[in-house]
Design a protein around this ligand. Structure first.
Ligand code: PNS
Length: 158
């Protein structure tokens, strides 16, 4: 079984993330979405809330599992018996950082292969931080994040 891990902060999940998950779920037997629970950052949503939101919006994908992790991504991937790490690429700016991370992860454990998926062009400008900034200004989030989670984001800025 070819299992891949799709890691990220997902604070919150965007339509760009969901598009990558949907496409990756067609080419892999199983996708484990790994939500980083980073104690040194203060996210808008707790790891539990982020896991719950991703489960809600990926319920239609039967081969997608969602879990949170702390520590190294390669350790999480090993625990999930995954040999592939999926990353989404939007811009050249993403590439520089992701290239460095992929090489570091390979140095940490050469068993893992990082595979990149180009974003769908209609989502290339969306990021979780832009979504949060827009939500802070009471902007319209339609089309940027799955509609099921719009209320939960608005709730945080009340
Ligand atoms: O959505 P993000 O914030 O760009 O995702 C970044 C993430 C979670 C993929 C990255 O920070 C990560 O893999 N963190 C886990 C710690 C780790 O393995 N770091 C690399 C070696 S120091």
């Amino acid at each position: 079984m070819r299992t891949a891990v799709y890691p990220g902060s997902f604070d919150p999940i965007t339509n760009g993330h969901l598009d990558v998950i949907e496409r990756a779920s067609k080419v892999c037997d199983k996708i484990v979405v790994g939500v980083l629970n980073n104690a040194s950052k203060t996210p808008l949503f707790t790891a539990e809330e982020r896991v719950d939101m991703i489960r809600r919006v990926t319920g239609h994908l039967k081969n997608v599992e969602v879990d949170s992790f702390t520590g190294l991504l390669v350790d999480f991937a090993a625990a999930k018996d995954a040999k592939v790490i999926i990353k989404g690429l939007r811009t050249v700016a993403d590439f520089e950082y992701e290239f460095q991370m992929a090489l570091l992860n390979r140095a940490l454990n050469p068993e893992f292969e990082t595979m990149f998926m180009m974003t769908n062009s209609k989502y290339s400008y969306i990021s979780s931080s832009m979504v949060k900034e827009l939500a802070g200004f009471k902007g319209d989030l339609t089309g940027l994040v799955p509609c099921e989670i719009i209320e939960a984001i608005k709730e945080k800025y009340k």
